[in-house]
Design a protein around this ligand. Structure first.
Ligand code: ADP
Ligand code: MG
Length: 835
């Protein structure tokens, strides 16, 4: 005997029902089978809605007509493809159920309430209606099938809606079908899931239920009672995944799982199987399989005794689950300490009310006991405990009983976890990386699971980040690009060109938004979002009707909770950097070539870094100095490891590098400036370069990086032009006047040439001073040969002495700058630990 269970996902419509029947038939060739079917998908929810609606005063008729129509539609659809299936015959057979439904629902509507026993009858209607349809399909396919009424075979007691099976009585009822002569038995036994016969303590019996999603449990009870060699659970996914594939699209299919692992996962919220399902199967060593009725060829997941080896890829964790809709209750006070009786009283009081605790933790100081219950039980628990500890509360032995509503319990589960160190640490690191606050931690007594209680709003994010840490699935980067000009545009092109290559390295980079001065383009958010299609992004942004708005982007990020959002500021905006704090607080990293934020006040400078730390986000600005050259990161590594800056000199402007280089090649000053301007090395107004302010900003950033507390005003800028020269006027006027300084520089160069020196416009840091200006440089100096647009950074440190650390190369240009920003973006994932 095999037992097969088909869930609502396999009973969705006529086509699915027929496909499921074909699976039954193929299994029936292997052995006799017993089949448990759920209601048609969606029906259980609609039955619940009808009860709620009628309690609220709605009329029953509409709901009844709707239920009748749904089943009539399915029947006539089946009839159109399956000869021998007579829709009218089947509907006639369903009629008694419809009329009972109408009767019960009218009563609910009339009384405005729904007693538990009525609730159980109504909720079980979906399964009662579905089984005859499946039976008729099997008969039309000439199968030997016998439909049984589960209420005559499965017996429960306890909670009427969520009963505990009486296995002895159930086994006795099934005995004729288990022990009888196989040849005279029907090949297929068909039973509706979920429903059963319930007995009250008083002995009275009534229809009962096996709890939400109880059809899984029905199949396990039937399979165990019928002595099945295997129980198959047919649903709409290829098996059990490392996490709910609806939350983690790249979850990994698990081949084998032990009973205990699967029980723990379903207890902690995995929807795959009803939590109680596996106990009766484990007790008899009957293997369970999770299979896909939409893809019967897939192997599926086996659940058995194990042990099963873990693959290198999956490590010790077999799955991650999330149980939402829970509340955490904490009882604390000095009266708790050393009084083991208090804990026992808490547990006893809650359990007397029939409320189960999902998880329990005690703080090591013993002052607090916390436990989780379903959200719907929170109020009652609070009442129960307030009454139970009335005296202690009045005597201040217990300070308070606190309820934290809307929590989620995220759990990692795996038999191998107890042998492997660091698993818990990785789990908490994962949550911390998303700044998710952990309210409580509990380890299953079997050491097979670790659970964290967090705010319900963070449930999905927690599962996704934990999954990424444990299963090393692709790391995501969601880019929000502000500024799509020369550098920004180049960056987006680079991302587009590299997307595939990075995917091969398990980095899933997508651009979620591109904003220009006027319009922005925003991708569809949420789990599994593919980001923007970048093939024609320039035209798409230009045509977008959305006005650029940072606040809209921040709202988007707060709502869709991307895992690793990076805000990229490629604008020259003066204002945007003032909002970096808001951006970090919304949970985004920042990567930017914009120097403004780092040259604002020292207070803001520290505030930015503090916020980034608190939020576990990174503020990255490698391209602030030297564009793509490795300056900032290099310095940070030096100083983190204890080195100290003793002096710095650098040429940090391509235009000034070019102009002063041309002077020692014999050009006049005005010639050099004009050439640089023609080559577009300078800004449109060369005075912007010659004034040295941009270089001063970079020098300030290097100084601050090396630990100096300095404002921009503290950077001394020495004038390039002689006092006598009036550099005012329009650009044209200025350029026309410029030859006036040629004689001055000509003299200067003559003297320097005689002394074997050259003139360089450089920044320097020495003795706590930071300055920008012209330097006379002799041949042995590292800046002597730097010209033609090249940048040079010369760091004297305690370790790099007497020969300094020098970095040279092109310190400007859209391509190298964009690449530098790209590098920063990739740094947001590089700290990820390997499990
Ligand atoms: P049925 O109606 O057949 O009982 P369910 O909807 O109850 O099907 O269960 C199947 C669904 O369970 C899948 O579609 C999937 O979204 C969800 N699910 C949750 N966690 C997991 C997991 N770890 N592995 C596979 N499926 C999961
Ligand atoms: Mg189910």
């Amino acid at each position: 005997m095999l037992t097969l269970k088909f869930g609502g996902t396999s009973m969705g419509n006529a086509r699915r029902i027929i496909a499921s029947a074909d699976i039954m038939i193929s299994r029936a060739q292997e052995d006799r089978i017993s089949v448990i079917v759920s209601a048609v998908s969606g029906i259980s929810n609609r039955l619940q809605d009808s009860i709620d609606g009628c309690i609220a005063g709605n009329q029953a008729e509409g709901y009844v007509a709707e239920l009748r129509q749904t089943h009539a539609d399915i029947c006539s659809e089946i009839m159109s493809t399956l000869t021998g299936f007579n829709a009218q015959d089947v509907l006639n057979r369903l009629e008694p159920a419809f009329s009972e439904y109408a009767r019960l629902l009218s009563a609910v509507s009339a009384f405005g309430e729904c007693p538990l026993s009525v609730h159980c009858r109504i909720m079980g209607m979906g399964e009662l209606l579905c089984a005859p349809i499946v039976e008729a399909v099997l008969l039309a396919k000439r199968q030997s099938v016998l439909r049984l009424d589960s209420r005559k075979f499965i017996f429960t007691s306890g909670n009427q809606a969520e009963g505990d099976p009486d296995y002895a009585r159930t086994a006795a009822a099934f005995a004729p079908y288990r022990d009888g002569d196989a040849k005279s038995q029907p090949r297929i036994l068909l039973l509706p899931g979920f429903i059963c016969s319930w007995s009250a303590k008083s002995g009275e019996t009534a229809p009962g239920l096996l709890g939400r999603n109880g059809s899984d449990f029905s199949a396990a009870i039937a399979g165990a009672s019928l002595g099945a060699s295997r129980v198959e659970f047919w649903t709409d996914v290829d098996g059990i995944y490392t996490a709910d594939p609806r939350i983690v699209p790249d979850a990994i299919l698990v081949d084998d799982m032990t009973y205990e692992e699967a029980m723990e996962l379903s207890f902690f919220g995995s929807k795959v199987l009803h939590p109680k399902t596996l106990a009766p199967l484990a007790a008899k060593g009957i293997e369970a399989w999770s299979l896909n009725s939409h893809n019967p060829a897939a192997r599926g997941t086996r659940i058995g005794k194990g042990p099963y080896s873990v693959s290198a890829e999956s490590g010790p964790v077999r799955g991650i689950s999330c149980l939402k809709g829970t509340a955490m209750i904490s009882v604390s006070g000095s009266g708790m300490k050393g009084r083991s009786g208090t804990a026992a009283r808490i547990f006893a009081a809650v359990s007397r009310a029939g409320i189960s605790m999902l998880l329990i933790t005690q703080s090591s100081s013993e002052y607090t006991i916390s436990f989780c219950v379903r959200q719907s039980h929170a109020e009652s628990v609070l009442d129960i405990l307030s009454t139970e500890f009335d005296l202690e509360i009045r005597e201040h032995l217990i300070n308070r009983i606190e309820v934290q509503a809307n929590c989620a319990i995220v759990s990692i589960v795996g038999d191998g976890m107890k042998q492997k160190r660091g698993v818990a640490g990785t789990f908490f690191d994962a949550l911390a990386s998303q700044d998710i606050n952990i309210l409580a931690i509990a380890q299953g007594s079997s050491e097979r699971s670790i659970s964290a209680v967090i705010s319900g709003a963070n449930g999905d994010t927690a599962v996704r980040i934990a999954h990424r840490f444990f299963f090393n699935t692709a790391q995501t980067i969601e880019v929000f690009a502000f500024g799509a000009g020369t550098i920004g545009g180049c960056l987006i092109d680079q991302i587009r060109d590299q997307q595939r290559g990075l995917a091969a390295q398990k980095i899933d980079i997508k651009v979620m938004a591109i904003a220009t001065m006027d319009t922005m383009l925003v991708a569809q958010g949420g789990v599994g979002s593919a980001g923007l299609d970048l093939s024609d992004w320039r035209a798409d942004v230009a045509a977008s009707p959305l006005q650029t708005s940072l606040d809209a982007i921040l709202d988007f990020v707060r709502e869709t909770k991307p895992l690793n959002p990076v805000f990229v500021d490629c604008t020259a905006s003066y204002d945007l950097p003032e909002r970096y704090i808001d951006i970090l607080k919304a949970g985004m990293h920042i990567a930017t070539p914009n120097k403004r934020a780092n040259s604002m006040s020292m207070d803001y400078y520290h505030e930015l870094r503090r916020t980034a730390n608190v939020m576990h986000r990174r503020f990255l600005y490698e391209t602030n100095v030297g564009a793509g050259l490795p300056i900032i990161d290099t310095l940070q590594n030096l100083f983190k490891s204890g080195d100290k800056l003793t002096g710095f000199s650098g040429i940090m402007s391509g235009s000034l590098s070019y102009i002063f280089g041309r002077l020692d090649e014999g050009a006049t000053f005005s010639q050099a400036v004009l050439e640089a301007r023609e080559k577009r090395y300078t800004e449109p107004d060369p005075r912007d370069d010659l004034a040295g302010l941009d270089v001063a900003r970079k020098a300030l950033i290097i100084a601050r990086e090396s630990g100096m507390e300095l404002e921009l005003d503290d950077v001394v800028i020495h004038r390039v032009f002689p006092e006598s020269f009036d550099a005012s006027g329009t650009v044209d006027e200025f350029l026309k006047k410029l030859p006036q300084v040629d004689a001055h520089f000509g003299e200067l160069m003559k003297r320097l040439r005689a002394e074997g020196k050259v003139l360089r416009m450089a920044a320097s840091i020495r003795d706590g001073e930071c300055s920008v200006g012209m330097m006379e440089v002799e041949q042995s100096h590292p800046l002597y040969s730097v010209k033609g647009g090249e940048n040079a950074f010369v760091f004297h440190t305690q370790r790099y002495s007497p020969i300094p650390l020098s970095v040279m190369g092109y310190g400007a240009g859209a391509g190298v700058t964009a690449a530098g920003v790209f590098g920063d973006i990739l740094r947001t994932v590089s700290w990820n630990p390997e499990v």
